[in-house]
Write a protein that binds this ligand. Structure first.
Ligand SMILES: NC(=O)c1ccc[n+]([C@@H]2O[C@H](COP(=O)([O-])OP(=O)(O)OC[C@H]3O[C@@H](n4cnc5c(N)ncnc54)[C@H](OP(=O)(O)O)[C@@H]3O)[C@@H](O)[C@H]2O)c1
Length: 256
Protein backbone atom coordinates (compact mmCIF):
# COMPACT_ATOMS: atom_id res chain seq x y z
CA UNK A 1 0.00 0.00 0.00
CA UNK A 2 1.17 3.55 -0.75
CA UNK A 3 2.34 5.74 2.12
CA UNK A 4 0.22 8.57 3.46
CA UNK A 5 1.27 12.22 3.59
CA UNK A 6 -0.44 15.24 5.19
CA UNK A 7 0.06 18.66 3.57
CA UNK A 8 -1.48 21.84 4.98
CA UNK A 9 -1.98 24.73 2.60
CA UNK A 10 -2.15 22.25 -0.29
CA UNK A 11 -4.65 24.19 -2.37
CA UNK A 12 -2.19 26.74 -3.75
CA UNK A 13 1.37 28.02 -3.92
CA UNK A 14 4.26 26.11 -2.38
CA UNK A 15 1.93 23.66 -0.61
CA UNK A 16 0.31 22.60 -3.87
CA UNK A 17 3.70 21.77 -5.40
CA UNK A 18 4.74 19.94 -2.22
CA UNK A 19 1.58 17.82 -2.52
CA UNK A 20 2.27 17.27 -6.22
CA UNK A 21 5.87 16.24 -5.50
CA UNK A 22 4.77 13.81 -2.79
CA UNK A 23 2.12 12.35 -5.11
CA UNK A 24 4.85 11.84 -7.75
CA UNK A 25 6.75 9.85 -5.10
CA UNK A 26 3.67 7.66 -4.65
CA UNK A 27 2.16 9.09 -1.48
CA UNK A 28 -1.58 9.37 -1.00
CA UNK A 29 -2.35 12.85 0.22
CA UNK A 30 -4.47 14.37 2.97
CA UNK A 31 -4.57 17.94 1.63
CA UNK A 32 -5.77 20.82 3.79
CA UNK A 33 -6.97 24.24 2.66
CA UNK A 34 -9.17 27.03 3.97
CA UNK A 35 -11.43 27.48 0.96
CA UNK A 36 -13.43 25.19 -1.33
CA UNK A 37 -10.45 25.20 -3.72
CA UNK A 38 -9.07 22.24 -1.81
CA UNK A 39 -11.85 20.13 -3.33
CA UNK A 40 -10.12 20.54 -6.72
CA UNK A 41 -6.95 18.76 -5.48
CA UNK A 42 -8.08 15.18 -6.26
CA UNK A 43 -8.65 16.21 -9.89
CA UNK A 44 -5.10 17.61 -10.10
CA UNK A 45 -3.30 14.63 -8.56
CA UNK A 46 -4.92 11.76 -10.40
CA UNK A 47 -2.15 9.21 -9.81
CA UNK A 48 -2.86 8.84 -6.06
CA UNK A 49 -5.77 8.96 -3.61
CA UNK A 50 -6.35 12.47 -2.28
CA UNK A 51 -8.43 13.26 0.79
CA UNK A 52 -9.29 16.97 0.74
CA UNK A 53 -10.00 18.62 4.10
CA UNK A 54 -11.44 22.09 4.29
CA UNK A 55 -10.60 23.51 7.70
CA UNK A 56 -9.78 26.89 9.20
CA UNK A 57 -6.50 26.14 10.91
CA UNK A 58 -6.55 29.49 12.70
CA UNK A 59 -9.51 28.28 14.77
CA UNK A 60 -8.91 25.89 17.69
CA UNK A 61 -11.14 23.25 16.03
CA UNK A 62 -9.23 23.32 12.70
CA UNK A 63 -6.22 21.21 13.76
CA UNK A 64 -8.57 18.77 15.57
CA UNK A 65 -10.65 18.30 12.40
CA UNK A 66 -7.53 17.64 10.36
CA UNK A 67 -6.15 15.08 12.80
CA UNK A 68 -9.59 13.39 13.06
CA UNK A 69 -9.50 12.91 9.29
CA UNK A 70 -6.00 11.38 9.40
CA UNK A 71 -7.00 9.04 12.25
CA UNK A 72 -10.19 7.99 10.48
CA UNK A 73 -8.11 6.55 7.63
CA UNK A 74 -6.48 4.11 10.05
CA UNK A 75 -3.18 4.23 8.16
CA UNK A 76 0.31 5.18 9.29
CA UNK A 77 1.17 8.79 8.51
CA UNK A 78 4.64 8.77 6.98
CA UNK A 79 5.05 12.42 5.99
CA UNK A 80 3.60 15.57 7.57
CA UNK A 81 4.05 19.00 5.98
CA UNK A 82 3.11 22.02 8.10
CA UNK A 83 2.97 24.66 5.43
CA UNK A 84 -0.24 26.74 5.64
CA UNK A 85 0.55 30.31 6.55
CA UNK A 86 0.01 33.95 5.72
CA UNK A 87 1.49 37.40 6.19
CA UNK A 88 0.13 40.87 6.83
CA UNK A 89 1.85 43.86 5.31
CA UNK A 90 1.89 47.37 6.72
CA UNK A 91 3.32 49.40 9.57
CA UNK A 92 2.56 47.95 13.00
CA UNK A 93 1.23 51.35 14.04
CA UNK A 94 -1.56 50.94 11.43
CA UNK A 95 -2.27 47.21 11.24
CA UNK A 96 -5.27 45.61 12.90
CA UNK A 97 -4.54 43.65 16.08
CA UNK A 98 -7.31 41.08 15.44
CA UNK A 99 -5.81 40.33 12.01
CA UNK A 100 -2.43 39.89 13.67
CA UNK A 101 -3.79 37.56 16.35
CA UNK A 102 -5.49 35.47 13.65
CA UNK A 103 -2.17 35.23 11.80
CA UNK A 104 -0.40 34.15 15.00
CA UNK A 105 -3.04 31.42 15.43
CA UNK A 106 -2.51 30.16 11.89
CA UNK A 107 1.27 30.51 11.67
CA UNK A 108 2.19 29.34 15.16
CA UNK A 109 -0.57 27.98 17.42
CA UNK A 110 -2.23 25.77 14.83
CA UNK A 111 1.13 24.29 13.85
CA UNK A 112 1.96 23.10 17.34
CA UNK A 113 -1.62 21.92 17.96
CA UNK A 114 -1.37 19.70 14.90
CA UNK A 115 2.25 18.73 15.54
CA UNK A 116 1.39 17.22 18.93
CA UNK A 117 -0.63 14.20 17.69
CA UNK A 118 1.53 13.88 14.55
CA UNK A 119 4.75 13.65 16.57
CA UNK A 120 3.28 11.12 19.03
CA UNK A 121 1.96 9.00 16.14
CA UNK A 122 5.30 8.98 14.32
CA UNK A 123 7.42 8.47 17.44
CA UNK A 124 5.33 5.45 18.43
CA UNK A 125 5.96 3.91 15.01
CA UNK A 126 9.60 5.06 15.04
CA UNK A 127 9.25 6.33 11.50
CA UNK A 128 8.35 9.57 9.78
CA UNK A 129 9.37 12.76 8.03
CA UNK A 130 8.15 16.20 9.06
CA UNK A 131 8.62 19.29 6.88
CA UNK A 132 7.97 22.66 8.50
CA UNK A 133 7.67 25.66 6.20
CA UNK A 134 9.39 28.60 7.83
CA UNK A 135 10.92 31.39 5.73
CA UNK A 136 14.12 33.26 4.98
CA UNK A 137 12.28 35.90 7.04
CA UNK A 138 13.24 33.81 10.07
CA UNK A 139 16.80 35.08 9.60
CA UNK A 140 16.13 38.84 9.53
CA UNK A 141 13.99 41.48 11.19
CA UNK A 142 10.92 42.02 8.98
CA UNK A 143 9.78 45.65 9.25
CA UNK A 144 6.39 46.29 7.60
CA UNK A 145 5.68 42.59 8.18
CA UNK A 146 6.76 42.93 11.78
CA UNK A 147 4.62 40.14 13.24
CA UNK A 148 4.98 37.74 10.29
CA UNK A 149 8.78 37.35 10.48
CA UNK A 150 8.75 36.36 14.17
CA UNK A 151 6.12 33.68 13.43
CA UNK A 152 8.54 32.13 10.92
CA UNK A 153 11.47 32.45 13.36
CA UNK A 154 9.36 30.59 15.93
CA UNK A 155 8.75 27.75 13.47
CA UNK A 156 12.41 27.56 12.46
CA UNK A 157 13.54 27.28 16.06
CA UNK A 158 10.73 24.82 16.85
CA UNK A 159 11.77 22.65 13.89
CA UNK A 160 15.41 22.56 14.98
CA UNK A 161 14.56 21.72 18.59
CA UNK A 162 12.03 19.08 17.62
CA UNK A 163 14.54 17.56 15.21
CA UNK A 164 16.98 16.96 18.06
CA UNK A 165 14.26 15.49 20.32
CA UNK A 166 12.98 13.12 17.64
CA UNK A 167 16.35 11.77 16.58
CA UNK A 168 16.07 8.95 19.11
CA UNK A 169 12.71 7.97 17.57
CA UNK A 170 14.11 7.90 14.00
CA UNK A 171 11.74 10.68 12.96
CA UNK A 172 13.28 13.33 10.73
CA UNK A 173 12.37 17.04 10.92
CA UNK A 174 13.40 19.48 8.18
CA UNK A 175 12.73 23.23 8.06
CA UNK A 176 12.04 24.91 4.73
CA UNK A 177 13.19 28.52 4.39
CA UNK A 178 11.83 29.86 1.10
CA UNK A 179 12.93 33.23 -0.18
CA UNK A 180 10.28 35.43 -1.80
CA UNK A 181 8.24 33.08 -3.98
CA UNK A 182 5.73 33.77 -6.76
CA UNK A 183 2.45 32.67 -5.15
CA UNK A 184 -0.66 34.48 -3.92
CA UNK A 185 1.10 35.13 -0.63
CA UNK A 186 2.05 38.83 -0.90
CA UNK A 187 -1.20 39.68 -2.65
CA UNK A 188 -3.16 38.13 0.21
CA UNK A 189 -0.97 40.07 2.64
CA UNK A 190 -2.09 43.33 1.01
CA UNK A 191 1.44 44.05 -0.25
CA UNK A 192 0.63 44.80 -3.90
CA UNK A 193 2.25 48.25 -3.67
CA UNK A 194 5.57 47.00 -2.34
CA UNK A 195 8.56 45.49 -4.17
CA UNK A 196 7.49 42.11 -2.78
CA UNK A 197 4.21 42.62 -4.65
CA UNK A 198 5.92 41.98 -8.00
CA UNK A 199 5.85 38.23 -8.65
CA UNK A 200 8.04 38.48 -11.78
CA UNK A 201 11.28 38.59 -9.79
CA UNK A 202 10.48 35.89 -7.27
CA UNK A 203 11.28 32.19 -6.94
CA UNK A 204 9.28 29.54 -8.75
CA UNK A 205 7.15 27.66 -6.17
CA UNK A 206 7.72 24.39 -8.03
CA UNK A 207 11.50 24.79 -7.61
CA UNK A 208 11.08 25.66 -3.93
CA UNK A 209 8.96 22.53 -3.37
CA UNK A 210 11.39 20.31 -5.28
CA UNK A 211 14.37 21.52 -3.22
CA UNK A 212 12.32 21.07 -0.04
CA UNK A 213 11.39 17.45 -0.76
CA UNK A 214 14.93 16.56 -1.85
CA UNK A 215 16.21 18.00 1.44
CA UNK A 216 13.49 16.31 3.49
CA UNK A 217 14.22 12.84 2.13
CA UNK A 218 17.96 13.44 2.45
CA UNK A 219 17.34 14.12 6.16
CA UNK A 220 18.68 17.68 6.10
CA UNK A 221 18.00 20.00 9.05
CA UNK A 222 16.97 22.87 6.79
CA UNK A 223 16.63 23.80 3.15
CA UNK A 224 16.87 27.31 1.71
CA UNK A 225 14.14 27.34 -0.92
CA UNK A 226 15.07 29.30 -3.99
CA UNK A 227 17.60 30.32 -6.60
CA UNK A 228 21.25 31.30 -6.20
CA UNK A 229 20.41 34.86 -5.12
CA UNK A 230 18.15 33.47 -2.39
CA UNK A 231 20.85 31.11 -1.14
CA UNK A 232 23.33 33.99 -1.14
CA UNK A 233 20.93 36.08 0.99
CA UNK A 234 20.66 33.22 3.46
CA UNK A 235 24.45 33.18 3.87
CA UNK A 236 24.68 36.98 4.09
CA UNK A 237 22.00 37.07 6.80
CA UNK A 238 24.30 35.06 9.06
CA UNK A 239 26.87 37.83 9.00
CA UNK A 240 25.02 41.12 8.62
CA UNK A 241 23.92 43.05 11.70
CA UNK A 242 20.23 43.21 12.59
CA UNK A 243 19.86 46.95 11.85
CA UNK A 244 21.41 46.58 8.42
CA UNK A 245 19.17 43.63 7.61
CA UNK A 246 16.09 45.51 8.84
CA UNK A 247 16.92 48.46 6.59
CA UNK A 248 17.44 46.18 3.59
CA UNK A 249 14.22 44.28 4.21
CA UNK A 250 12.13 47.45 4.49
CA UNK A 251 13.16 48.45 0.95
CA UNK A 252 11.14 45.49 -0.32
CA UNK A 253 8.34 45.42 2.26
CA UNK A 254 7.44 49.12 2.60
CA UNK A 255 4.75 50.64 0.39
CA UNK A 256 6.22 52.68 -2.45
N1 LIG B 1 5.42 33.12 -0.98
C1 LIG B 1 6.48 33.56 -0.31
O1 LIG B 1 7.14 34.55 -0.70
C2 LIG B 1 6.92 32.83 0.93
C3 LIG B 1 8.23 33.07 1.39
C4 LIG B 1 8.66 32.41 2.55
C5 LIG B 1 7.81 31.55 3.22
N2 LIG B 1 6.55 31.34 2.76
C6 LIG B 1 5.70 30.43 3.53
O2 LIG B 1 5.18 29.43 2.67
C7 LIG B 1 3.94 28.95 3.17
C8 LIG B 1 2.97 28.83 2.02
O3 LIG B 1 2.77 30.10 1.44
P1 LIG B 1 2.45 30.32 -0.11
O4 LIG B 1 3.43 31.30 -0.61
O5 LIG B 1 2.32 29.04 -0.81
O6 LIG B 1 1.04 31.08 0.03
P2 LIG B 1 -0.38 30.90 -0.66
O7 LIG B 1 -0.25 30.65 -2.13
O8 LIG B 1 -1.17 32.07 -0.20
O9 LIG B 1 -0.98 29.56 0.00
C9 LIG B 1 -1.42 29.54 1.33
C10 LIG B 1 -2.11 28.22 1.62
O10 LIG B 1 -2.51 28.20 3.00
C11 LIG B 1 -3.90 27.96 3.09
N3 LIG B 1 -4.48 28.69 4.20
C12 LIG B 1 -4.49 30.04 4.40
N4 LIG B 1 -5.15 30.35 5.52
C13 LIG B 1 -5.57 29.17 6.05
C14 LIG B 1 -6.35 28.83 7.19
N5 LIG B 1 -6.83 29.76 8.04
N6 LIG B 1 -6.62 27.52 7.41
C15 LIG B 1 -6.17 26.57 6.56
N7 LIG B 1 -5.43 26.83 5.48
C16 LIG B 1 -5.14 28.13 5.22
C17 LIG B 1 -4.48 28.44 1.77
O11 LIG B 1 -5.75 27.84 1.54
P3 LIG B 1 -6.83 28.58 0.52
O12 LIG B 1 -6.13 28.72 -0.80
O13 LIG B 1 -7.96 27.63 0.47
O14 LIG B 1 -7.17 29.88 1.16
C18 LIG B 1 -3.37 28.00 0.80
O15 LIG B 1 -3.51 26.63 0.51
C19 LIG B 1 3.53 29.92 4.28
O16 LIG B 1 3.71 29.30 5.52
C20 LIG B 1 4.48 31.10 4.14
O17 LIG B 1 4.79 31.69 5.37
C21 LIG B 1 6.09 31.96 1.62
Amino acid sequence: MAGLALVTGASSGIGFYLAQGLAARGYDIVGVGASSRIDELPGKLLEVTVYPVRADLSSPDGPKEVWAKVESLNRPLEVAVFNAGKSLGGAFIDTDIDDELQMLSLNVTSQILLAKPVVRHMAERRQGNILITSSLSATTPTPYESIYGPTRAFMYSFAQGLREELREYDVNVTALLPGATATEFHDRAGMQNTAFGDNSTKNDPELVARLALNGLFAGRDHVVGGDRKTRRSAVLNKFLGEQRKARRFSKDSREQ
